[in-house]
Write a protein that binds this ligand. Sequence first.
Ligand code: BDR
Ligand code: CA
Length: 317
Amino acid sequence: MKKLILDLDTGIDDALAIAYALGSTESELIGITGTYGNVLMEQGVRNALAITDLFGHQEVKVYKGLPHASTKDSFEVLDISAFIHGKNGIGEVSIPESSRDAESMSAVDFIIDAVKTYGEDLIYIPTGPLTNLDAALKKAPEIKDEIGRVVLMGGALTVPGNVNAWTEANISQDPDAANNVFRSGIPATMIGLDVTLQTLLTYKETQQWRDLNTPAGSFLADMSDYYIKAYETTAPHLGGCGLHDPLAVGVAVDPTLVSTLAINMQVDVEGPTRGRTIGDPTKLNDPDKSMQVAVGVDVPRFLDEFMNRISGLAKNS
Ligand code: BDR
Ligand code: CA
């Protein structure tokens, strides 16, 4: 059985990623590591604890990660993030705080430990900045050859960014860390805006969760409606909100949901295009390609899987 670690800046679509992972019984969510982005790392960790409680999965351990980018010494949530995800990260919906605490082991040590324990069976799914994975690779570089795969939400290859013309939000938080990860040779699948902006959630689906009449169903519906509403302002042409982070989980569980391009990638770290995800020109002729970039997605099949798995979980919690 595949073992999954989610690395989350637990905002709204990160919360949906937790639900997708817990609703996927063919794999096991062995832990959540916290990062910063949509919210402060500490708030994201609190959200992850509360959400796993709400879904009846108190066994999922949560680990604190690094609180800011590798090249900075602090982090502040951007106004746009608070607008899209709410100040609390979960659309201003209030759910009971968990009585559990984060584990005392650091996220970086947990990642390394999990690679040593599960090797090829481990899939690590970052849906925020790549700061924790970069730190783990610096501490234990050999894990790049031992891990099963990284399936990350971030970047944009065939479409513009969502922060500016070049940059996607997760990569923009720590381009240096992302560049180190991309160029490390670790086997990774990039689930970028190329595909995540094709998978949209609308009020029609959130009504199905509301109709479940369970605490988890109401939470999912209220939180996601907040996200859809924000998208009506930031990207009105889409007609829904992007299912960024859950698609990364979907692909980790079932890689056939996307078609990919094999390519060695880099992230621009200098100049005006800082944060751009692009092919590494120095490895263009290298026959070994360490990354796969998703360029197509089976939208109806993913949406079906998404609704079935999450509704199955929420009807009982
Ligand atoms: C990514 O940025 C964050 O706001 C979302 O949670 C997602 O991981 C989309 O660009
Ligand atoms: Ca995220």
